[in-house]
Design a protein around this ligand. Structure first.
Ligand SMILES: [Zn+2]
Length: 149
């Protein structure tokens, strides 16, 4: 039966949006919440995917971001700062909006799941959806369909 499962993850992270004309250009942080939703056919045990397999794919990504500064490589002010101060920063090639973070995580999670799942489990998946919640009132969501091979 086509079924949707989801798991929630959390991390703390700082960032800034240099292009922003309001408060978001300043260094600030969020308690990020991530929802990863998988849609697919259940196996004979009634599982779309073992939640443990989902955790194995996602947790290292979340751990890498936790208590870091997510730094756009185009942000010369912060790139210079981290060159002089060896603090935890994760360098990316995009402005660190919730939309871009969601798209980045979707790409990473999709390739990790494809790599780590059994072929049978991967073939049962139909879509992956990622929701990144930055504040109590805002989130960005992206999804991709898994093409049938
Ligand atoms: Zn922010």
């Amino acid at each position: 039966m086509n079924t949707r499962i989801a798991k929630e993850f959390h991390w703390e992270m700082a960032h800034r949006l240099p292009f922003h004309t309001g408060g978001c250009q300043n260094v600030h942080g969020h308690s990020y919440k991530l929802w990863v939703e998988l849609e697919g056919e259940t196996d004979t045990n009634g599982m779309v995917l073992d939640y443990l397999d989902l955790k194995r794919a996602v947790a290292p990504l979340v751990d890498a971001l936790d208590h870091s500064f997510l730094c756009d490589r185009a942000d010369s002010v912060m790139v210079r700062f981290f060159a002089e101060h060896p603090l935890k920063a994760v360098m990316v090639d995009f402005p660190t909006t919730a939309e871009n973070i969601a798209a980045y995580l979707l790409g990473e999670i999709t390739s990790r799941l494809q790599e780590q799942c059994s072929r049978e489990a991967w073939m049962r998946l139909r879509s992956i959806r990622v929701r990144v919640q930055e504040t109590e009132r805002t989130f960005a969501e992206v999804a991709c369909l898994i093409s049938e091979a």
